[in-house]
Write a protein that binds this ligand. Structure first.
Ligand code: AKG
Length: 409
């Protein structure tokens, strides 16, 4: 389908670069550096007579992609990721300036390029919002041509079927409080590092209403690319991760009954899609700290999935408020003091994950597990769970569910 606003979209996308773009020269192959400078200069030109620049920018993106996938992510120089951001933007501009007819498909392709830039790149100091603004605008333009509307599947409560099973789990119930004061939370739970369910603390979030409608998510972000975990457990051999549009994830995994489990898990969706960030609020409880010198803004992650997703028993190095926007999750917790009974995997990548399935423990293989004390809770729509630092948690979605986690020091 032909896209008719070519003359408007190009100046709009160029206007998102509020300051001149800078290429980072450190750690960059000099051949590609030279080519990147040529492409940067080309994208600002009024008319592009040939497509060679597109091949050149693709070669640069391939080179950086290779560099980003070599070694551990934490060792990748920030400048390499910043150049990925700049290159993704240049590619998007070159695609839009292509002298051939612009179609809605090419707009969708352009949005994928921008999203990959957001997922793998790093924000630019001189233009921190660049790719976010481009993506938001492109999504709106695509919506003008075709918008998928799904029959809204009611988020029917289903966890009642599970209550009998849940009541038979031999564990201590996690304490629950209705809107405790920050002082109560800090003195009785945070400072003592005791988990607690916090009720009634997120009714004011716009997400509590807006996200119930999948069509809202599709409108704001249907064509956006997100990472999805495929397979029931991340500890399984068959488990993998795939990039796909939110629309495909919702149709093929979230709403599908095929048993093809997909989980949009532990993804910082909110640094990628600003409209969704506006729908949530950082819980005030996250201002409590064990060490104010190390206090930082929380890491915010989205967890969207169908009934049946399972996060195996694992621990994280930060305090966590897990906020349940909708759906019910069954939570099992163990104190870090019981780590000796939980048989963490030996390998470094999985050393924060237990080998034991707490719902079906193999006591012959893991006899010490009997000594661990289990805590249990049902985390329902509109409730938050405080998981103290290093507490082991096992999470099962009993219904379609959208949670947001806030990890902080
Ligand atoms: O909700 C889940 O599936 C897991 C959440 C979790 O592990 C976390 O917030 O750290």
């Amino acid at each position: 389908m032909t896209y008719h606003n070519k003359n408007e979209i190009i100046p709009q996308i160029l206007s998102f670069a509020k300051n001149p773009l800078n290429i980072r020269e450190e750690n960059f192959n000099c051949h590609f550096l030279h080519t990147l400078k040529i492409c940067l200069e080309a994208q600002s030109r009024e008319n592009l007579e040939n497509q060679d620049y597109l091949f050149q920018i693709d070669a640069i993106l391939d080179y950086i992609h290779e560099e980003l996938n070599t070694g551990h992510w934490s060792t990748v120089p920030l400048t390499m990721r910043e150049n990925f951001t700049v290159s993704s933007y240049i590619k998007a501009v070159l695609m839009l300036k292509n002298p051939n007819e612009l179609t809605v498909d090419s707009l969708e392709h352009c949005l994928k390029v921008i999203d990959l830039g957001l997922l793998l790149g790093a924000p630019l100091e001189e233009n921190p919002e660049l790719l976010m603004e481009c993506a938001k605008y492109l999504q709106k333009e695509i919506n003008k041509y075709h918008r998928d509307t799904l029959i809204n599947v009611e988020n029917k409560t289903q966890y009642e079927d599970h209550l009998h099973y849940y009541s038979n789990i031999d564990a201590i119930e996690i304490e629950a409080l209705i809107i405790p004061s920050i002082e109560t939370f800090n003195n009785k739970f945070f400072q003592l590092q005791i988990p607690v369910i916090l009720k009634g603390c997120m009714d004011h979030w716009p997400a509590s209403k807006k996200w119930l409608d999948v069509n809202y998510l599709l409108e704001v972000a249907g064509n956006r690319t997100v990472p999805v975990e495929l397979g029931s457990l991340y500890t399984d051999e068959q488990w993998s991760q795939k990039l796909m549009t939110l629309k495909d994830f919702i149709k093929n995994h979230y709403l599908s009954e095929s048993g093809n489990t997909g989980y949009l898990a532990q993804h910082n969706l909110f640094d990628q899609i600003s409209e969704l960030r506006e729908d949530i609020r950082i819980p005030e409880y996250c201002c409590c700290s064990l060490n104010f010198e190390e206090a930082m803004e929380p890491d915010i992650n989205a967890w969207l999935g169908p009934k049946g997703t399972v996060s195996p028993l694992h621990q994280d190095p930060k305090n966590n408020v897990l906020a349940q926007v909708y759906g019910t999750k069954q939570i099992l917790l163990y104190s870090p003091e019981d780590t000796q009974f939980l048989y963490p995997h030996g390998e470094t990548m999985l050393s924060n994950t237990s080998q034991v399935d707490p719902l079906n423990p193999n006591y012959i293989k893991y006899p010490e597990f009997k000594k661990a004390t289990m805590f249990k809770g049902l985390l329902k729509s509109g409730e938050m769970l405080f998981i103290p630092l290093k507490w082991w948690h096992h999470v099962t979605a009993l219904e379609k569910s959208f949670s947001v986690s806030f990890w902080w020091q």
